[in-house]
Write a protein that binds this ligand. Structure first.
Ligand code: NOJ
Ligand code: NOJ
Length: 430
């Protein structure tokens, strides 16, 4: 649908053996694949408009659902696909998908489910069926990162729509001061600001407790939400969101104990045997763009946490013994979720594997720190384990290095595009 420019085709044809070129060629083709896969994930033919599947896999495992978290992170990338689109028709195409996503999100908010109803905690529900109805089966719920991530994406959508002359649409669907909230962003901000103190399940859907990841994305949603609220003439709400964001900020130090050189992913965990060292800490600062202040991307404690995780994963997974690719170029460590993970993509009493999205996140982390060549080692790792088709599942089998778990995980592609954006900020400066 979006053909490579003739220039990139030439590059593909003629620069096949230069090793540095190998990665940059792959980045071009993988970007195209990622955009196509996201295109397919949003508004699949047999689903409601705006629903985003986590994976097209309908069995073993069944990931054919709209997960609030995955969808928000995917829609966030759609914003940038929209920004980059060169023709009006392409722009309209992606903006339509984003508006459909917003409308479907609003419908999710109003759908009664096992977490509750619109007025009582229903916004903590982690996933919905692709046609809209709730999924009433036992699950790790609530997951309170979802509404925060969704708000973060919808806030950015609101700014784009305003720029596009569509303020009335924003007021009707995304934000007005009207209370009780009857718009999507306001409803999410109300939910977050009133419920952030309550324990919930983590982003991996496995443990109830207080989570660094959830707190950071909630804090960021409230901060950015407050700015939007002021723009829409809702100063009292803005003050309230800001006060709650400050309170969240002050709780972040609870995740740090000087005795250990890493930030705990979870406190008050209901499964104390589970690792509290977790890539969730790094994902938190990246996905919420938390790049200034205590425990932000620039805080050495986040860097130390990443270093501890890297040393554990480098010995946990056999594929990390392969240190270079066929051209002798360095392969960065393949990262999983957390050490001794037992979810293999299908069974939970098994052995966990590296994941594409966490490996992409480490690349992104280094790019954001301005370290092009270091970041590239992790995308080269991703390239090394990606088949020629560009297909990326959830996981990378720890011994064989092949795709494992849900096929074509939409989040794998979104995380790739996110890393690539951070990379282009450095290369465009050069
Ligand atoms: C599926 C979840 O999404 C995954 O994170 C978890 O590890 C397994 N179920 C087991 O609960
Ligand atoms: C399992 C992951 O642990 C969770 O974070 C994700 O939301 C679901 N799979 C769907 O991709």
């Amino acid at each position: 649908m979006f053909p490579l420019s003739s220039l990139s085709l030439l590059v593909l044809i003629f620069v096949t053996h230069a090793t540095a070129g190998e990665l940059s060629n792959w980045l071009i083709t993988q970007k195209k694949v990622s955009i196509e896969k996201i295109d397919q994930a949003v508004c699949a033919p047999d689903s409601a408009l705006g629903a985003v599947f986590a994976s097209p896999s309908k069995s073993n495992p069944n990931y054919y659902y709209h997960w609030v978290r995955d969808a928000a992170l995917t829609a966030k990338e759609m914003l940038f696909i929209f920004d980059e689109a060169s023709s009006k028709s392409e722009k309209d195409y992606w903006l339509k998908k984003l508006k459909d996503y917003a409308a479907f999100s609003r419908r999710n908010q109003l759908t009664d489910n096992m977490s509750g109803s619109f007025t009582d905690r229903g916004l903590g529900e982690p996933r919905f069926s692709m046609t809209g109805p709730s999924v009433d089966t036992p699950w790790g719920r609530p997951q309170n990162d979802g509404p925060a991530l969704r708000a973060l994406t919808l806030i950015e959508l609101a700014y784009r729509l305003i720029q596009n002359g569509e303020k009335p649409w924003v007021e009707k669907n995304l934000y007005t001061s009207e209370f009780p909230a009857n718009t999507a962003i306001k409803a999410d901000l109300e939910y977050v600001s009133h419920h952030w103190q309550e324990p919930c399940f983590d982003l991996w859907e496995e443990v109830r407790g207080n989570h660094f990841y959830t707190r950071v994305v909630q804090m960021q949603a409230l901060k950015k939400g407050a700015t939007l609220a002021r723009l829409f003439g809702d100063p009292n709400a803005a003050d309230w969101y800001e006060s709650q964001a400050r309170q969240i900020q002050s709780t972040l130090s609870q995740f740090w104990t000087p005795a250990q050189n890493f930030i705990l992913a979870t406190t008050q965990s209901e499964r104390p045997e589970k690792s509290t060292i977790d890539m969730a800490v790094v994902l938190a600062v990246l996905e919420s763009e938390y790049d200034d202040g205590n425990f932000s991307m620039l805080d050495s404690r986040v860097h130390d946490t990443l270093a501890v995780i890297e040393s554990l994963f480098s010995s946990e997974y056999k594929i990390n013994q392969i240190a270079t690719d066929g051209s002798g170029e360095i392969l960065g460590t393949a990262f999983g979720r957390y050490p001794r993970d037992t979810y293999d993509g299908l069974n939970t009493n098994s052995k966990g594997n590296p994941w594409f999205l966490t490996t992409h996140a480490v690349a992104e982390f280094h790019y954001r720190m301005g370290r092009l060549e270091k970041g590239d080692t992790y995308l080269r790792r991703s390239m090394f384990h990606t088949p020629a088709s560009g297909s990326q599942s959830e996981q990378i089998q720890r011994d064989k290095g092949v795709n494992q778990g849900a096929i074509d995980l939409t989040w794998s592609y979104a995380s790739f595009l996110s890393a690539l954006r951070a990379r282009s900020k450095i290369t465009n400066k050069e």
